[in-house]
Design a protein around this ligand. Structure first.
Ligand SMILES: *[C@@H]1O[C@H](CO)[C@@H](O)[C@H](O)[C@H]1NC(C)=O
Ligand SMILES: *[C@@H]1O[C@H](CO)[C@@H](O)[C@H](O)[C@H]1NC(C)=O
Ligand SMILES: *[C@@H]1O[C@H](CO)[C@@H](O)[C@H](O)[C@H]1NC(C)=O
Ligand SMILES: CC(=O)N[C@H]1CO[C@H](CO)[C@@H](O)[C@@H]1O
Length: 421
């Protein structure tokens, strides 16, 4: 079931998720998300000076915390995890035994993504999609943590661009209700079908939610709609995703997609359908098996500060490009911060938050299948609690088991996925 190995701790490269749950002998033909983890030539040590750091703004994150409860409310029914039980056993093999080698395909299938930067924070990544005949163009959030596509139609309270279904000659209304909850809000409307194209790929009769109601949380964001890249087993529509249709129609050079997320740069991020951009990686590909074909879920075994202190706990991590920060079970997170002297809970922002001394040197490691990847302090540090305060808010947040989150669930968002030490 899985392939994954770090040949060297100093040459972390690509975190790859392999969905194929077959024995090692057979080649994994499944879908993968290689994530550019880049490399580090030396320890990713970053000493921050509070005077130069931005002030922490809790607003987008308290909102994200609330939203995660909705987005993941059904997670224990969809993943092999449960409260109070340890995660899955992990098998690791090294690269030599990993037979799936993604081809190097660059530009043609890659869709540039824009980074929505809000007060120095990378809040979401979105790209362009065309819908209908003739095509109408929309900005779409790329979300690996959900599995539906939606666009506003006749939405009186929506702020962005809306699809005019009456102007498309190929649009079909299924007259089925559609609704879905996300980290950043809720949407509802009708399920429709039309031509969707992205990155030069076109799918006819792609199902999408024509949403006429969108919760407050979606307002003020630059994207018009959202594309779920997880498995349709968790799609509220129950219909194949855009990516699954690309696979089904044999349109992809390889059964995979990859994302590259840049830090604090409006351009430069991308999603590659059926390809990975080798220019964005260095060193061998590391593989982690996907635990279940629902979310892009992988076994996680540790989170650590420096190389010595580790919280050793088996978790299931969901790779979620639609979530900004990193979330782990409350017991893990309090143990994690207890390894950083001077850190403390920050209930003034919510039970999820902790602060730590801004001046502390941190080398944060998240381990998947026994292999560590680092998270840069630049991505961990969310800013100071007050002007000139010595305390900064950390980007690893706590998921409360009393809020109904399984005690071994981790949600791995952009703060880690974009991070290169
Ligand atoms: C919750 O998950 C189960 C198992 O996949 C599924 O049958 C059910 O429809 C889901 N409920 C909702 C409201 O999504
Ligand atoms: C949107 O509004 C137009 C004009 O009122 C209507 O013809 C169309 O059916 C509506 N579309 C949806 C999906 O409700
Ligand atoms: C991590 O190691 C550095 C030295 O390499 C040290 O200065 C720092 O205090 C350590 N941080 C923690 C949280 O252990
Ligand atoms: C976000 C990130 O880490 N990008 C890196 C991906 O790999 C290329 C090539 O090594 C680096 O230049 C990028 O910085």
């Amino acid at each position: 079931m899985l392939l994954f190995a770090f040949s060297s701790f100093l040459l972390a490269s690509v975190l790859t998720l392999d969905v194929n749950a077959t024995p090692l002998a057979s080649p994994p033909s499944g879908r993968v998300i290689p994530i550019n983890r880049s490399f580090r030539r030396h320890k990713p040590v970053h000493t921050a000076h509070s005077s130069t750091l931005p002030l922490f703004d809790p607003e987008p994150f308290t909102r994200e915390c609330q939203g995660l409860k909705r987005k993941y409310f059904n997670v224990s029914n969809n993943l092999p995890i449960s409260s109070g039980v340890d995660g899955l056993d992990i098998v690791t093999v090294d690269d030599a035994e990993a037979p799936f080698i993604p081809p190097v395909v660059i530009a043609p299938n890659s869709l540039p993504l824009k980074d929505y930067i809000y007060e120095n924070l990378d809040l979401l990544y979105y790209g362009l999609a065309d819908l209908g005949t003739p095509g109408q163009s929309f900005s779409i959030d790329i979300d690996s943590g959900s599995a539906d596509l939606w666009i506003p139609v006749n939405c009186s309270e929506c702020e962005g661009k809306q699809f005019e279904d009456t102007k498309s000659s190929t649009c079909k209304n299924s007259h089925r209700d559609f609704s879905v909850s996300y980290g950043s809000g809720e949407v509802s409307g009708t399920l429709m079908q039309d031509v969707v194209s992205m990155a030069g790929f076109e799918i006819r009769d792609q199902f999408f939610g024509a949403v006429c109601e969108v919760s407050d949380d979606f307002r003020g964001l630059p994207n018009d709609g959202l594309l779920g890249m997880a498995f349709s087993t968790i799609a509220q529509s129950g219909e194949p995703t855009f990516f699954e249709n690309l696979m089904e129609n044999n349109m992809l050079p390889a059964p995979m997609f990859s994302v590259h997320l840049a830090r604090n740069q409006e351009s430069g991020s991308e999603v590659c359908f059926g390809c990975m951009d080798r220019m964005k990686t260095l060193g061998p590909v590391k593989w982690v098996p996907v635990c279940s074909k629902t979310y892009w879920s992988v076994s996680m075994d540790a989170v650590g500060v420096n190389t010595t202190a580790l919280v050793d706990k088996k978790m299931v991590g969901i790779i979620d490009t639609g979530t900004t920060l990193v979330y782990m079970p409350d017991v893990v997170v309090s143990e994690f911060y207890s390894m950083i002297s001077g850190s403390k809970p920050a209930p003034e922002y919510g039970p999820e938050f902790f602060t730590y001394p801004c001046s502390t040197t941190l080398d944060i490691q998240l381990s998947f299948g026994g292999n560590s990847f680092s998270m840069s302090s630049l991505d961990f540090n969310l800013g100071t609690t007050a002007p000139n305060s010595p305390d900064c808010v950390g980007g690893i947040l706590s998921l409360g088991s009393d809020e109904g989150f399984p005690s071994n669930l981790a949600i791995i968002g952009d703060a880690f996925l974009k991070s290169c030490a």
